[in-house]
Design a protein around this ligand. Structure first.
Ligand code: EPZ
Length: 420
């Protein structure tokens, strides 16, 4: 296993381009199961998770090639409706093959993904949606076995205890596009990644309205065809790079940014006093003024993203004053707190709250990454810290940040890999 070593204290400077969105490409690749015709997906980031999804597609009978940001998916000789534990357990997003398999083959056997370090992560809403569409569902030996004679459109309220669900909305939408009649998903997730999936499905011939709002309307069609699609830029990678510039006192031009996807983050950064210039798909982040602490509450889109919580906590750790960070999506997503405290941060966790008292400087230390965004938070802390930080279990970072070392090195950061 590799660890990432960072010699902190360098101001980042230069230009960096954001890659395609991980959380858009994963369900979009799953959606290719809805047709036998070829699909071409462009702007695909080369990530561990993308490769996991390609392995699943291949295990289900697709031929899927990945070359220089493009994925071609075509039908193989035979197909399967079983997504195995060893593949699904590597990544939760693989559970969203359930909807397309059920829509297409009227049966699916998909391993339950289980919990993960950021929380329990149940799939009850996914199953509720499939049942409402007319599937019978049995859980047997860790697998969801879903069957139907015919999926029928339905009214589905998909809100859960923590609000809407991104992958449940994706999954149900993908099952409903081939159901007969109209489906209404109420309390649907509004994330840009859900919209990107809907846009891809529409290119395949699906009839969908209201995506991007809490009420999605789907008129089922008999058949979907192949399509060509380009993935939207990754708003979480963009946000992470913006914070990398701010936390190092840098001057970075972040390219391939969809400004309107970053509303909550930009609003909070403006409140903190950051200076951001937006022009034509680029965002210049020039640190200057001292930042003020801001309070953050994570919420479903368009609220502040939980996937930016750890990174924002690192920034607040070195921002004078007190900020309160409230996690409303995954109340236990705080594994990074103790690691940041090992670097000299003053953070106290109280249930779903973290109280951050900004310090002047962090000091480099050996720390351990627990999940993807916690890793990103530790990378930011390491870039700002005095001395050397080594982050072990860095494979988490490879799940969601394409070429991150190269990107940071190009901005002047002193970052390298070492064997653990
Ligand atoms: C997606 O996960 C993202 N993953 C996550 O990104 C992201 O953190 C999350 O949405 C929230 O924005 C992908 O898109 C691949 P949810 P998802 O269902 O869809 C509860 C990252 O770092 N819930 O929207 O699985 C759930 O426990 C990852 O890139 C139920 O109760 O998340 C949570 O509290 C991590 N029952 C809330 O809903 C369900 O059936 C929202 O989760 C499903 C979810």
């Amino acid at each position: 296993m590799d660890k990432l070593v960072i010699e902190g204290g360098v101001r980042l400077k230069g230009e960096v381009t954001v890659s395609g969105a991980k959380n858009a490409v994963l369900p979009i690749l799953a959606a290719t199961l809805l047709t036998d015709e070829p699909c071409l997906i462009k702007g695909v980031p080369n990530l561990r998770d993308t490769n996991s999804m390609l392995k699943i597609l291949r295990s289900l009978g697709k031929i899927a090639d990945f070359d220089k940001g493009k994925v071609n998916v075509v039908a193989g000789k035979s197909s399967s409706y079983v997504a195995e534990y060893k593949l699904v357990s590597t990544m939760r997003a693989s559970f969203c093959v359930l909807g397309p398999l059920l829509g297409r083959f009227k049966k699916a056997k998909v391993s339950l993904p289980g919990g993960c370090v950021i929380g329990a992560r149940p799939v009850d809403l996914h199953l509720k949606g499939m049942r409402a569409l007319g599937a019978t569902i049995v859980i047997d030996s860790g697998y969801v076995i879903a069957r139907t004679n015919k999926l029928r459109g339905a009214y589905i309220y998909l809100g859960g205890v923590y609000g809407s669900s991104v992958l449940a909305t994706d999954n149900v939408m993908m099952a409903a596009v081939l159901a007969s009649g109209k489906t209404i998903i109420e309390s649907a997730a509004c994330e840009p990644e859900v919209v990107d999936l809907a846009d891809f499905l529409i290119k395949m011939g699906a009839k969908i309205k209201g995506h991007g709002t809490p009420v999605i309307e789907i008129e089922g069609v008999k058949h979907l065809h192949g399509a060509v699609h380009s993935i939207i830029p990754d708003r979480i990678e963009a946000g992470t790079l913006i914070l990398a510039s701010l936390i190092t006192g840098g001057d970075v031009l972040v390219k391939n940014v969809q400004y309107q996807h970053l509303g909550a983050l930009i609003d909070k950064l403006s409140e903190a006093g950051a200076h951001l210039e937006h022009h034509d798909g680029t965002l210049r982040v020039k640190a200057g003024r001292r930042l003020k602490p801001v309070n953050i509450t994570t919420l479903p889109y368009p609220g502040f993203p939980t996937d930016m919580q750890a990174q924002m906590m690192s920034l607040m750790s070195v921002t004078g004053g007190i900020s309160v960070i409230t996690e409303k999506i995954y109340p236990d997503r705080f594994m990074h707190v103790s690691e940041l405290n090992r670097m000299g941060a003053h953070i106290q966790r109280e249930g779903p709250y973290a109280i951050v008292e900004g310090v002047k400087i962090l000091s480099g230390a050996p720390v351990m990454a627990s999940d993807l965004r916690a890793s990103a938070g530790l990378v930011l802390a390491g870039l700002a810290a005095q001395g050397k930080t080594s982050i072990s279990r860095i494979y988490h970072l490879e799940r969601g940040y394409e070429f991150i070392e190269e990107k940071l090195i190009n901005l002047g950061a002193k970052v390298w890999r070492e064997k653990e």
